[in-house]
Design a protein around this ligand. Sequence first.
Ligand SMILES: Cc1cc2nc3c(=O)[nH]c(=O)nc-3n(C[C@H](O)[C@H](O)[C@H](O)COP(=O)(O)O)c2cc1C
Length: 209
Amino acid sequence: MFLDFTQLSPRDGYAWLTQAVIPRPIAWVSTVSADGRPNLAPFSFFQAICSNPPTLMFVPTNNRDGGKKDTLRNIEAVPEFVVNLVPYALAAPMNATAAPLPYGENEFAHADVEPAASTRVRPPRVAASPVAFECTLDRVVTIGNGVGAGNVVFGRIVAMHVADSVLAADGKAIDPAKLDLIARLSGDYYMRTGELFTITRPAGGSVQR
Ligand SMILES: Cc1cc2nc3c(=O)[nH]c(=O)nc-3n(C[C@H](O)[C@H](O)[C@H](O)COP(=O)(O)O)c2cc1C
């Protein structure tokens, strides 16, 4: 099968892209409006991208009416956010926060998610999330326009919370099995950290691991 993306509708392009680029980690992003009302929503166009400066990105695409999602509106008003990671135990409330609620309505309350105060930024974090990154806005880069266009939000990580319960025995690293994160596939499919394997990197080269 061959797909000419220059001829595909944005909707079909989205379908093929998200069926193929899997699994995608999920950023469960908390923000606040200018008057301090919290918002929480999941985004699987998400990745950590570099460590100097420590930076991650996620992408609120434009709504079906071409408008901005509440998360982006809030970040434009208050340029700070928290990326909470999603373990299997929080799959249902995470999904509930994807509901298209009117602007200003609080998804923490809607999905019965307990907030916890952040340390360096105004938006609260998700108390039960095993890892949360407090971020300040680096920049937004908009790709395209209209329905499905992407607003790439780059965040500078200023603090990280790690639950003791997901640490390895020596307390110096995260145990991926304890973290038990979920990832998005396509449609209603998700996956959970399953069988793990290790492979040793060739010596030399990059100082990064
Ligand atoms: C697992 C999951 C991943 C999602 N990933 C994205 C994404 O990467 N980009 C996006 O714009 N919407 C994504 N959505 C949809 C948004 O969460 C949804 O539009 C939400 O209502 C946006 O909330 P907001 O308007 O409060 O910002 C995703 C939904 C789910 C359940």
